[in-house]
Design a protein around this ligand. Sequence first.
Ligand code: CMP
Length: 141
Amino acid sequence: MVERTLAIIKPDAVNKRVIGDVIRRYEAAGLNPIAIKMMHLSESIAEGFYAVHRARPFFHDLTTFMSSGPSVVLVLEGENAIQANRELMGATDPQKAEAGTIRAAHGASIEANAVHGSDSPETANFEIGYFFPSMDLQAGH
Ligand code: CMP
């Protein structure tokens, strides 16, 4: 099924100048960018985005990191895009990410892990709507 998913190239990856490499990997994997914007998240925008993690001990560090510099926010469309992007990214902790994945290539730590990707259809709907409120959530529109 053709799906849409929300991806973020995080501040550490932007700072390392690998925006182009990450987008090349999306395209090579059949994950086509259909919306893209560069933005410096405020702390409150990061808090709203990661609201499901609000009770986690790492929440404050996460939102501080995500608002530390510009990110690139994208909607990717492709066959099974949500799972395909998760496989392309690799494990959350770059030390555990398989060779060839984006996080193995560019992640430095569980916090500075280069990219974010939606983890389920429900999350994808919330996340796409959060950053692209006028966009259709399903493919084919
Ligand atoms: P992401 O896929 O953006 O979703 C939540 C983020 O929290 C995750 O990637 C990590 O970068 C970050 N994070 C920081 N510490 C932890 C932790 N101990 N466990 C899981 N995620 C963490």
